[in-house]
Every structure is written in C-alpha cells, then in structure tokens.
Design a protein around this ligand. Structure first.
Ligand code: ADP
Ligand code: MG
Length: 697
C-alpha cells in the first residue's frame, strides 16, 4: 500500500537493530549492545557471528562486495571494495566474510594526507569498525563505518577525534549532573542536525565551464541583470525538475536511514536546502557525508550538477551548513532546554555559562574548524556570519544574565532579581521570529546553531571542538563544585562570575554590520578574516593543551592536521590560479580578439559600402575590447609569474603568499575578464554566462 511504502523504505539499506534481530543470534545482538553501552570488547566468535549475519543480510539485498567506509582528513569519504567471493575447491566459490574482516582492515594509506604522521612509521593505514554507526548498503557494497589510523594508532581521519570528543564531554557532563542529584544518567551524547545548502545547475552548462569542473566554483562571470535582489527564490515554489530531484533524493536518503525532513529553495537563484532531523553527532556526521555524496549522485541522474562549494558564484549568496548542536542524556533529556523548576534552571544556566565561557576561551580554535579557501569567500561577506566568534542568546536570556551579573532587578516586576536555584526562568521562546541570523553561534531555544561552517565541509571539525571545549569548561566547573560545602551559594557565584567575565562574547546586534568589527576589536575579540590568518592560531598552547588534556588529539595529531589544512589551502589556490590562466590563454583572449577582428572587418566593409557611415559602435567597442584584452594579457602574465614564484614548502609564509600575492591578482584578472564578457557579443563568448548557469534549471 502506498501509505506504507515510505515506512517500509526507511532504513531498508541499513543493517539496523531490526535487521540485527532478524539476522543475528540473540547473544550476538546483546554482545553488540554491551559493546556500545559499556565499551565491552567483542570477542572473535561473536564478531564472526555478527559478520556472518551482516553478510547474509547484504547478500539477500544484492550486495557482492564489502568495504570499510572511512573519513580521511581530506574531508571526503573513502572506500575500497573487496568481494565476498572466496575460492572453495576447483572452479567453485562461496561468499565469505569473517569477523576479522568486519573488525579491522589494512588499506594502503599512502595516498591519503597524513600531515607527516605516517611517513615516520609506515605506509599502511588501519581501519577499525565503529560499532556505534550502522553498516549500510551502497551501490552493491556492504559499507562498514570505520575509523582510520596509522600503525602506531594516530588518528588519520575525522571520525576518531569526534568519537573521542563525545567521550570527553560525556564524562564531564555526567559529573555535573551528579552534583544536581541525577544518579540515572550514564552518558551524555551531543545531538546534531546539520542544514545542508547546495546549488543545482544544468549539467550541460556545467560541462562547458572548466572552472566549475576543476574548482567547483566560477572563476569568471559578470553579474547577471537579475540576481537575488527580489528575494523571489527564498521559499519559492519548487520547479518540477528540482522537485523530481528532491523526491528521489529523499527516497535515497530514507533508504539509508537518514531522516531527511525539510527541503526548500534558498536565497540565491538555483540554491536549495535540505535539513534532516537531528541525531547523535556520530550518526549525524556519517549521514551528512552520505547526504552530500547522494546529492551529487542523484543530481547526475537528472542531468543536473549539485554544487556544494561555499561560493560557486560571485555576487549571490554562497552555501553554508548550519550545525545545530545540543547535549542530551541517555534518557533523552536535552541539557540546553530551560527547565520548569528552579533546580532544572540552575543546571541549564550552568551549561549555558559553560558554552559562553568556552566560546570566549577558544574562539580561535572554533574559527580554525571552518577555515578553508572556499569558506573564505563567505565568512564576513554580508551573507554569512563574520569571521569573529560571538554568541547570541536572545533578549530574554540576556536580561536574565544581566540581572544575575548585576544583582539587579529582573525586568519582570514581580521578581526582585534572578536567584539561581530559587527562581524560575521566564519563558524562553523556542524560535522567535526576529531571531538573529547574522550570529555565528545562536541560541535558538534549546540548542545552539553554529552557522560558520561551509557547505562542503565535514561537520566533524566544529563538533569535535564544541564537544571538547564544553568538556573542558564542565571539568573546571565540576572540579570547583565538587569541593564546595555550600553548593547553592557557590553555584550562584560561579554562574555570576562566569557571565561577568565572559559577557564580552555575547552579542545580539547585527553581525553583518561593519560597526561590529570595530566593536569586537574594542571588546578584545579576535578577528581572523581569512584562512591565512586563522590557521596561525591552530597550534596556540591553550588549544593544544585543551585537545591533549581530553585525549581528543595528541600534539602530533594536531600538528599533522595543521599541516594538512595549510597544504590544502595552498593547493586549492594553486589549482584555481592555474585554471584561471588556462581559461584566459585558451579561450578568453582568443574570443575577445576574434570578436575585435570581426568588428574591424565590419568597419572596413561598412566604410566601403557607405562612405561616411557612422562607425561609432564598432570603433568604440573594438577600442575598449582591445584595450581590456591587452590588460588581461599583462595581468594574466603577472599572475602566472606570481604562481611560478610561490614558495613550495608548507608553512604560514606560503599561506600568506597565496593570500596576498595570488588571490589578489586573481581578483584583478577576473575583474578585467568580466568586463570583457559584458562587451563581447554572446556568440563569441566561450562560456555559459551567470544567467545561463543560474537560471538554467
Ligand atoms: P531552521 O534553523 O531553518 O529554522 P529548524 O529549527 O527546523 O530549522 O531546525 C534545524 C535543525 O535543527 C534540524 O536539523 C533539527 O532537527 C535540528 N534540531 C532541532 N532540535 C535540536 C536539538 N535539540 N539538538 C540538535 N539539533 C536540533
Ligand atoms: Mg537554521
């Protein structure tokens, strides 16, 4: 029946608990659960039983291969498929899959970035099953979510630190809950719902653009006559071709057990958003990786291309990924939900104080988690939050905090002042309509919305840091409160002092306003506008201490990541510059010259035919184009020599060089070429224009 179709479809490609119960012996299911809940080691016999059940399930669903599915530091996912086929006597095979193959693998890791971690040990990487994330089927392969590490156990991926950070925050949060008399909670689990923005454009137009194919963004393109000025795309009616894409995307995601919930058009033409229902952060991260991959795959089937780049088009909004983050107990209580009793509220205010202090203590590290060449085009450009960290709490909470800090009357005339643990908080609206969309980190009633993340980035980075920062602040609070002899008084004082010392990070004004940059500077908040600025702060002592104290990274792991981020930035800019040069040399110079020569021929012919005829149009155009083309030639040559002179060693100076010497020259080259585009007749221009791209679907 149609009404049962989607429920039946949902999770049909996932080896979830339901499938486990059907395909595994009971003792294997409980061993798996024990492994999950109590971290108990899974012995080989049970691993064999699980592998066997998994294999039978996968074979029945048409799989022929299995792969360990992992998330190397590229930010993408990786897979290497092995067949289940195993020789079984002359000319015969059986389909086999052992517990050992389930639990660990040894892919050749030499081509994944390691930031120097692996060279010192050996080329192999090791993958190990993450039993907390379900295995699933994709393109005929059983995919087993795994962590990826080096021979000596150093993390080479994005999953390991995330899992470690979940442990860290859970441990400290439970200590705090105990102080409030909670004896039942054993684990606290970060919950995350990432809203994914993307562009959809026509495949034919895409294929004609070398920049889109190689860089994922346009390096040239004059503004179209119409952009997003009319705000007519946001929440607008979805066009049939896009609707068909979205319908298929939903079904593919549902099969994978991904709770795709919301879809709508975004601000820019051709821009859209998809949001799932939130889940535990590890699942959310796996699912977001799968979502991005599925978007690309499904788009292709509809002769569309899904662009996840942070800024595919200049002059219209880029794409971000809002990371909605909260903490929940294993019993399902949200620790960022204001409670109904004074005691619940005291606990809520303590968690709130922790995150406010955390963002103020570690703004540089949070900034680094979203630093990339692509995201640099977004942050601080009047469409996305500034590169300056601040926290938005909303008028109600701010008034409460002012009252606590100042010991002053709370706006509610009934109450003399807010006494923590005595008074009940005023009603905090879950989702006020005028809520601040310009804040990088906004409290939205029972969760925080971290809005700095770029559309193509893995959500692992910011969540790993948010969890760890929270772990550290809660640790400090727990150390203090566990020693207290007067809990209520000390709690009140701790919360008051924390808000007093860290209120500078709270900001409710317009984050897009340039006045905020000056105000933030007065407040002493760091402003790290570009990746070249931000990455310099990654290895600050306090950041290394934070991550090592909670066992999330070793110093070497951090240094390796720093290296990879720097390398990536330079590679991206290098590729973009080379693509730009290529496009100018092979197409644009020639197109403009060709058009000029046609104009000149016209001039000659017109003059012959009608002596004294006006030649103003042709002469003026030919003159301007020839002049611009001349400039384009010199500026491209300058860009080319700048690229040739770029330092090759990875380091802060190289980043600086790419930012200062190359990016700025690219902007100059682009500006000239875009002017040429507006002057050159359409027939002669070699690339689809912004109009063709943005209004192609
Ligand atoms: P918008 O920000 O566009 O108004 P919503 O408020 O609907 O969107 O929620 C955005 C995302 O936040 C969704 O993925 C939703 O599941 C997620 N979300 C809702 N509550 C929580 C929570 N307590 N913790 C984490 N994420 C949450
Ligand atoms: Mg949102």
């Amino acid at each position: 029946m149609e009404k049962d179709r989607i429920p039946a479809l949902f999770g049909s490609n996932v080896f979830n608990e339901d499938a486990m119960r059907r395909y595994l012996p009971a003792e294997a299911v409980s061993a798996w659960r024990d492994c999950l809940e109590n971290g108990r080691h899974l012995g080989l016999p049970l691993a064999n039983a699980i592998a066997d059940g998994m294999k039978n399930w996968a074979l029945e669903h048409g799989a022929t291969h299995y792969t360990h599915w992992f998330q190397p530091m590229t930010g993408y996912t990786a897979e290497k498929h092995d067949g289940f086929v195993t020789p079984a006597g002359p000319g015969r095979v059986i389909m086999d899959f052992s517990g050992k193959e389930l639990v660990s693998g040894e892919p050749d890791a030499s081509s994944f970035p390691s930031g120097g971690l692996r060279a010192t040990f050996e080329a192999r990487g090791y993958t190990a099953w993450d039993p907390t994330s379900y295995a699933f089927l994709k393109d005929g392969s059983l995919c087993i979510p795994t962590v990826f590490c080096s021979y000596s156990g150093e993390s080479l991926d994005k999953k390991t630190p995330l899992l470690r950070s979940v442990e860290a925050v859970s441990k400290q949060a439970v200590r705090i809950l105990r102080l409030f008399g909670d004896t039942e909670t054993h684990r606290v689990i970060p919950q995350v719902g990432p809203e994914q923005e993307y562009f959809l454009i026509d495949k034919e137009a895409f294929l004609k653009r070398e920049d889109l194919r190689l860089c994922g963004r346009t390096l040239f393109g004059a503004n179209p006559p119409k952009g997003q000025e009319l705000d007519d795309h946001y929440y607008g009616a979805i066009k049939p071709r896009v609707a068909a894409f979205m319908r298929e995307l939903d079904e593919e995601l549902w099969k994978l057990g991904i709770l795709s919930k919301t879809k709508h058009n975004e601000v820019a033409p051709s821009q859209h958003e998809m949001a799932p229902i939130y889940s535990d952060v590890n699942t959310a991260c796996d699912h977001n990786q799968l979502t991005m991959e599925t978007m690309k795959k499904v788009a292709d089937r509809h002769d569309l291309v899904c662009l996840l780049h942070e800024k595919p088009f200049a002059g219209v909004n880029g794409s971000g990924k809002h990371d909605n983050w909260s903490l929940a107990t294993d019993g399902g209580k949200n620790l960022f939900a204001p409670g109904r009793t004074p005691s619940q509220n005291a606990q809520f205010l303590l968690f709130l104080a922790a995150i406010v202090k955390g963002v103020d203590d570690y703004p540089e590290l949070l900034r680094c988690t979203v630093a990339s060449a692509g995201n640099d085009h977004r942050l601080g450009v009047q469409e996305a939050p500034p590169a300056i960290l601040s926290v938005y709490l909303g008028a109600e909470l701010e008034a409460v905090i002012e009252s606590i800090v100042g010991g002053t009357d709370y706006i509610d005339p009934e109450k003399r002042q807010m006494r923590i643990g005595v008074d009940i908080l005023p009603h905090i609206p879950q989702d006020t309509t005028d809520r601040n969309r310009t804040s990088p980190m906004a409290f939205t009633g029972n969760k925080f919305e971290f809005r700095m993340l770029g559309a193509s980035q893995s959500i692992s980075g910011p969540n790993t840091v948010l969890n760890t920062v929270m772990a550290e602040e809660l640790r400090q609070f727990a150390d203090f409160l566990e020693d207290s002899n007067a809990f209520q008084e000390d709690l009140h004082e701790l919360i008051r002092r924390t808000f007093l010392e860290h209120r500078r990070i709270i900001f409710s004004g317009n984050g897009y306003d340039s006045a905020w940059v000056a105000e933030a500077e007065r407040r002493g908040l760091p402003n790290l506008p570009s990746t070249a600025d931000a990455l310099g702060a990654f290895l600050l002592d306090k950041n290394v201490e934070l991550m090592t104290r909670h066992g999330v990274f070793t110093r070497q792991e951090m240094a390796a990541r720093h290296e990879i981020y720097m390398e990536n930035y330079c590679h991206v800019l290098h590729i973009e510059a080379m693509t730009m040069i290529d496009m100018v040399q092979h197409m644009i110079l020639n197109a403009a010259s060709h058009y000029t020569s046609c104009l000149c021929e016209t001039i000659v012919r017109k003059r012959e035919a009608v002596p004294g005829i006006s030649l103003r149009v042709e002469e003026a155009l030919a003159e301007s184009i020839a002049h611009l083309n001349d400039q384009l030639l010199s500026e491209t040559a300058a860009l080319k020599s700048a690229v040739e002179l770029a330092p090759t060693q990875t380091g802060p100076e190289t980043l600086r060089y790419y930012h200062d010497a190359i990016l700025s020259r690219m902007n100059t080259v682009r500006a000239i070429a875009d002017q040429l585009e507006t002057l050159t007749a359409s027939d002669f221009w070699p690339y689809p224009t912004y109009c063709d791209l943005l209004f192609s679907v």
